[in-house]
Design a protein around this ligand. Structure first.
Ligand SMILES: Cc1ncc(COP(=O)(O)O)c(C=O)c1O
Ligand SMILES: Nc1c(O)cccc1C(=O)C[C@H](N)C(=O)O
Length: 403
């Protein structure tokens, strides 16, 4: 198909796109000159956030000051925002708490899961870790292992189900691989680890807000994720922790700060954990970031994650078609699976001199990112990425790679 045909098809697909209007809710005023395909690293700014943040600063902090902890709902914001995230990851209210970083929540979840296993039959001393994990998860799991007397075993995420055995305390797995964009089998892996008697912690950083996640329905024990990618919460916005309701009474946090106390203002020297998701809190929440995130989540009102997923797959399929049509064979290797049930919301292409290629793409207005040693990563955020963006990105990529 010629460039013209694909450009026309892109316009037709954009015109028929039910999510098209959502793009206007984001500050993407440079979209004539820039194609932003890095929402899997830092989501774009929802237009409503600056005014809300100004209100939080000027009125809630500036005028109400300390009263805002109660009158503006600051104190309960971690659970309130957690519930809104819960809707996007298939968690009924009361199981998700927003706060801290993903790294810190990985620590809480893995140590708590290892403690649960020790509580049970005691013979479990193995933490399985996705061998290709985003590094922070691996570092933290290794520290959690040292603290809990466990040992780490790294296995491919796809092999966790078969690797889980009588020694497995917990498996820490990424739902979508950050480098390749491979989507792992959450229901099957969770069921297999459970059948072996272990617990599973899922890292949802690259799936929440990009595809349906069914934490409750799939029986997940614990999950963590960030909110600055597909949830558009802003740089360093709070992460979240899901603790399945049945496990909450036995969730023994390794970071039992005063915010997780049953009576925080009792200021007791004895620790008594709160019930419910609150138990996952640590110290004072980062209110400015948390309330920016809360405002950012408004873009999800009236949006079904299933519709986002359908568009994500259509966008990534279309991008791959455009790349195949425009880029001469042999220049790129796609490392993202083409099967829909194995693909997240990104396309990763391996090529020579990928760092220089990405730098040139960015200079020409196509913003993706480069992951060492040789991966060009393009993230597709269906709430604001269109088919014409995908076509243009592929065309500019072909220009950069040359004949
Ligand atoms: C899978 C995954 N886990 C964790 C993180 C980062 O954790 P943190 O929010 O603590 O920086 C990222 C990205 O930064 C990630 O892609
Ligand atoms: N969290 C990030 C940051 O603070 C600076 C730059 C990038 C990031 C990222 O989120 C990287 C991302 N998790 C990745 O998948 O590569």
């Amino acid at each position: 198909m010629s460039d013209l045909d694909l450009a026309q098809e892109a316009r037709r697909l954009d015109a028929a796109d039910a999510l098209r209007a959502k793009r206007e809710e984001f500050a993407l005023d440079d979209h004539d000159t820039t194609v932003y395909l890095d929402g899997n690293s830092l989501g774009a700014l929802p237009r409503a956030v600056p005014a809300r943040l100004a209100d939080v600063v000027e009125r809630e902090w500036g005028r109400l000051r300390i009263r805002s902890w109660t009158e503006s709902g600051w104190w309960t914001a971690p659970e309130r925002v957690g519930d809104r995230i819960g809707r996007l990851v298939g968690a009924a209210p009361g199981q998700v708490v927003a706060g801290d970083s993903t790294s810190v929540n990985v620590f809480k979840a893995v140590v708590a899961a290892a403690r649960l296993a020790a509580d049970g039959d005691g013979g479990r001393d193995e933490i399985l870790v996705d061998a290709a994990t985003f590094p922070t998860d691996g570092y933290i799991a290794a520290s959690a292992a040292r603290l809990t007397g466990c040992r780490i075993r790294a296995v491919d995420a796809g092999d966790v189900a078969s690797a889980a055995g009588p020694r497995t305390a917990v498996a820490l797995v990424n739902h979508v691989d950050y480098r390749t964009g491979r989507l792992h089998d959450l229901p099957g892996t969770t069921a297999a680890v459970h059948a072996a008697g272990g617990r599973v912690v899922w890292d949802l950083c690259h799936s929440a807000g990009a595809l349906p996640v069914a934490l409750d329905a799939d029986g997940v024990d614990l999950a963590v994720g960030c909110t600055y990618k597909y949830l558009n919460g802003g740089p360093g916005s709070p992460a979240y922790l899901y603790v399945r309701r049945e496990l909450q009474p036995r969730f023994d946090s390794p970071l039992p700060g005063w915010n997780s106390h049953a009576d925080p203002f009792g200021m007791s020297p004895q620790y008594a954990p709160a019930d419910g998701a609150v138990r996952g809190r640590v110290g004072t929440p980062d209110i400015l970031s948390l309330l920016a995130l809360e405002a950012a989540l408004d873009v999800w009102d009236g949006v079904a994650v299933e519709a986002v997923r359908a568009k994500s797959l259509a966008l990534t399929d279309f991008f791959l078609r455009c790349v195949a049509a425009y880029v001469p064979g042999g220049r790129l290797e796609c490392v993202t699976p083409t099967a829909h049930d194995e693909r997240g919301s990104q396309v990763s292409l391996r090529c020579a001199d990928a760092d220089e290629v990405m730098a040139e793409l960015v200079r020409r207005g196509v913003v993706g990112d480069f992951r060492r040693p040789d991966v060009l990563r393009f993230g597709f955020t269906p709430l604001y990425t269109g088919f014409a963006d995908a076509e243009r990105a592929a065309r500019v990529l072909a220009e950069v790679l040359g004949p």
